[in-house]
Unconditional design. Structure first.
Lengths: 117, 117
DNA sequence: CTTAGTGCACTATATGCATAGTACACTATT
DNA sequence: AATAGTGTACTATGCATATAGTGCACTAAG
């Protein structure tokens, strides 16, 4: 994984895990890698990896049990709601950015429809 | 203007000015505020403001003349091309983010069409 | 010539991020 | 009891960011 120099690494790794949790690629209740393993996986420092799990816990997406590890929350309702909210803010941020570039919603939708994928 | 804590201030101010330049709200050849005034406008430090103009010059969006000030480039072709490129990457980043959330392009377009504005 | 506005080059301090390394406490397994 | 894996808490260093303040060189206008 390559990191954006202008954003904290812990935030970028956190976003990555968060997305996997919200989409179910990391199922509720499943165990995440240990802090030291997570550091190895992403090529970062164990301290930075620990920060990732602390922030995920703050966001109520994980639960940490000392001596056992960190686990994906089993609060399905929270997962679903967060996924929906993230989709909405992503969408509205995108529209705002295009509007600031002077591109209307109609034109945006047109570009989106014709864009190659 | 409120700043995102996780991004350098100079980058956020630079983005703001860049957008104004690309859309013509800051016309080619026009004079930008002096470094000290820019600092006052945004409530930031003069050193940080200076950094903004240095980066805008690196991006070939401004030209700085010692003792005179900083001016928007008159290279219309470059402005147009950068605006187009920025729109395309914004669009493709957006689609990628939605895809990572498990939302297809069709569904994305549907949300976009129905979203209130 | 003087003045005001400007870019630019410094010094210095404080903070957050990321790194490296060490140590300790808890849990389950053997 | 011993071990391995885990979270947690430290110290320390280096770097970028952001702040504050000072001074100097250049330009245009009075």
């Amino acid at each position: 994984m390559k990191f954006d120099v202008n954003l904290p690494i812990w935030l970028q790794v956190m976003d990555s895990l968060q997305t996997d949790i919200l989409t179910g690629r990391l199922p509720p209740g499943s165990k995440l890698p240990g802090g030291r393993d997570l550091a190895l996986n992403y090529g970062i420092n164990p301290n930075t990896a620990a920060r990732v799990y602390q922030e995920l816990e703050k966001a109520s997406l994980c639960e940490t049990r000392r001596g056992l590890g960190t686990f994906v929350t089993e609060d399905l309702e929270r997962i679903a709601r967060l996924r929906h909210e993230l989709a909405l803010t992503t969408l509205s941020d995108f529209l705002a950015k295009m509007a600031r570039l002077g591109i209307s919603r109609e034109e945006t939708i047109r570009m989106l429809t014709e864009e190659k994928g």
